[in-house]
Design a protein around this ligand. Structure first.
Ligand SMILES: [Cu+2]
Length: 167
């Protein structure tokens, strides 16, 4: 089969570029533990306040007997509720969030916490925050005029401080 020399050059170039791009994606995925969320769970977004899990009295940070930390949040125009979240560093944290209205996103810079919050579904992220500090949680899906002001605070504190809380 005859392939023109110029064509061959371009085929090789494109294959090289593809390999480099896949390499970068794989490198980031491994280095920063970036992967698509896998949880599929539906919920009635118009009735979050009536649900067992996402009503006003139940949202927030909870630690069960095994020490598992679960954060339950609601995203609604234009804020995340509760607006202050405190979690322990270097500890597995499960974050569950649902939208009460339109499409939102939630993202914390310098961590791998980043997910879309699609109305009708519960978004679940399992992660560990390695460094203590104060971080913003930002909406990263345009949701209306107040989108720029839609954010909450994430406080990552040492495990000791966290377990001494409320005692
Ligand atoms: Cu938003």
């Amino acid at each position: 089969m005859y392939i023109d020399a110029t064509e061959k050059k371009w085929v090789i170039l494109v294959l090289l570029m593809t390999a480099v791009i896949i390499g970068i994606i794989t490198g980031y995925a491994v280095e920063f533990n970036i992967h698509p969320p896998s949880n599929v769970e539906s919920i009635d977004s118009t009735a979050l306040h009536l649900s067992d899990e996402f009503n006003e009295d139940q949202i927030g940070v909870k630690t069960d007997k095994s020490g598992m930390v679960t954060v339950t949040m609601v995203a609604a125009r234009y804020g995340f509720f509760p607006q202050d979240i405190t979690v322990p560093a270097n500890t597995p944290v499960k974050i569950r969030i649902a939208s009460a209205d339109v499409l939102h996103g939630i993202h914390t810079p310098d961590t791998n916490f980043n997910t879309m919050v699609v109305p009708g579904y519960v978004s679940e992220v399992n992660t560990t925050f390695p460094r203590a500090g104060d971080y913003p949680m930002l909406c990263n899906e345009y949701c209306g005029f107040g989108h720029d002001y839609m954010w909450a605070r994430l406080h990552v504190i040492s495990r000791d401080k966290f377990s001494n809380q409320g005692e």
